[in-house]
Write a protein that binds this ligand. Structure first.
Ligand SMILES: [Zn+2]
Length: 455
């Protein structure tokens, strides 16, 4: 049998890693074979000894926190970073994805502009929130994201406990995951007000006004509510090991809960916040080195379900405004283009994580959690989404060289020892190191359950 394309390399599958070939037809993985020269095709992509991973999935991206970014650029940045599917967050400027019309518009933008596949988060408005759940779920959001902390009363509101509980029940009825930005609004607002009143505005005060208790108290409340509501709970960007201990207790007692951490919480700490100031300002904040080590242990032990970038494409003006007063800078860092190489160096290179665990954390588990059944794993019948990583090749991160409009990164000047060599989305080459990223709009909106290909 002849395939449209064959991809050769060291293939990372759930059954193990081996030198082999993947036969692709109609954008789908049609065959997987060990060894070389066993499969026939008109088009052969031979990656030698490079790793062939399932296309990586980033479930936490903010395309429109800064509208200068948008779907087209973010999708090209993702392709270059080896991310073949991402889930875009709902807190868009000017309008959050909290009703059907806005959602339909965003789906259209994806189908008109994306170079790789994108699924969407929905959210609920501050008033009468629960009423939008059914419509957004039926239109195809992958999950719902809410916050216990108010970034902006319209775009990124704090939702009341009563509405959280009601929304949890409604998302459970729809079989959908409900995720939370978990920080205790009352505590940290008071801490921030006090720090600012006392002119304590150096970078470290971003950490000191958001101590671990501001995260853990929010997490434990949500866990308890989710257990009463029978909800499928997900906690985004966990920054502290104690949150994971609470999550594990509820998990072992039957609550349907998962958690992610973000790459920054594993690679940076409070010393970076002091050194880089606004560039390293994220919410929740970077933690002390011993807390970072404890969180990393949770990742290595398999106690954290997956890792995301929390890509926020801020530009210099959004960050330098905080040079004198950390509270004035925007929160977040870009991640789509650099997360995979940085994590591969750290987790596989330095910590000897297995290739399978790396694939689980960055592709398989996120696809499973959000019902993207055609994504996340190199198996026959799934979409031919593949990311090729070349190990032991050096380059230096340059914040002025991103495809993303983001031009500030705490990793600027950081040396990396592997790179994304190529990325395939449903069998189509969307990026190669040699030729760069495609201009062709071949990405699609992805609905849960059905996976790729749903327009
Ligand atoms: Zn986020």
């Amino acid at each position: 049998m002849k395939f449209e394309k064959v991809v050769r390399g060291r293939i990372v599958t759930p059954a193990g890693e081996f030198p082999g070939e993947i036969g692709i037809s109609d954008g789908v993985i049609a065959e997987i074979a060990e060894g070389r020269d066993t499969l026939e095709a008109d088009e052969i992509h031979d990656f030698g000894k490079d790793f062939v991973f399932p296309g990586f999935i980033d479930t936490h991206v903010h395309c429109y926190s800064n509208p200068n970014e948008g779907i087209r650029r973010a999708s090209q940045a993702a392709a270059r970073g080896g991310i073949t599917t991402f889930l875009d967050m709902p807190y868009d400027l000017p309008n959050p994805v909290s009703n059907g019309d806005i959602l339909k518009e965003k789906i259209k933008t994806i189908n008109d502009e994306a170079v790789m596949d994108i699924a969407l988060w929905g959210t609920v408005p501050k008033e009468d929130g629960p009423q939008v759940v059914a419509e957004l779920a039926d239109l195809g959001v992958a999950a719902f994201k809410l916050s216990t902390f108010e970034t902006d009363p319209y775009r990124f509101p704090r939702i009341s406990d009563a509405d959280i509980l009601e929304t949890m029940k409604l998302t459970a009825e729809k079989g959908q995951v409900i995720a939370f930005h978990a920080e205790n609004d009352e505590l940290l607002t008071q801490y921030m007000d006090k720090a600012q009143a006392e002119q304590n505005i150096e970078p470290i005060y971003h950490n000191l006004t958001r101590p671990p208790v501001t995260e853990t108290t929010a997490v434990i409340k949500l866990l308890d509510m989710a257990s009463w509501a029978d909800a499928k709970l997900h906690i985004v960007h966990v920054s502290h090991a104690r949150s994971i201990d609470y999550i594990n207790w509820f998990k072992s007692n039957g609550t349907n809960v998962t958690a992610e951490t973000c790459y920054n919480y594993l690679l940076l700490d409070t010393d970076d916040l002091k050194e880089h100031g606004p560039k390293a300002k994220i919410n929740p904040p970077l933690r002390d080195p011993h807390e970072v080590a404890a969180l990393e242990e949770k990742v290595m032990e398999g106690e954290i379900d997956f890792i995301t970038s929390d890509h926020a494409p801020w530009q210099k003006e959004h960050k330098t405004i905080g040079n004198e007063d950390i509270f004035k800078a925007k929160s977040g860092t870009p991640g789509l283009e650099i997360m995979i190489p940085l994590l591969f160096d750290h987790l596989v290179g330095r910590k000897s994580m297995s290739l399978n665990q790396f694939a689980e954390l960055l592709a398989t588990a996120p696809a499973r959690r959000f019902n993207l059944g055609r994504k996340g794993s190199i198996e026959k019948g799934r979409d031919a989404d593949l990311t090729i990583l070349k190990d032991k090749t050096r380059w230096i991160i340059d914040e002025d060289d991103f495809i993303s409009v983001a031009d500030v990164s705490p990793y600027h000047g950081h040396e990396v020892d592997n790179r994304v060599e190529a990325a395939f989305v449903r069998g189509k080459v969307v990026y190669t190191h040699e030729d760069g990223v495609t201009d062709e709009v071949s990405g699609r909106f992805v609905r849960p359950d059905e996976g790729g290909g749903q327009g």
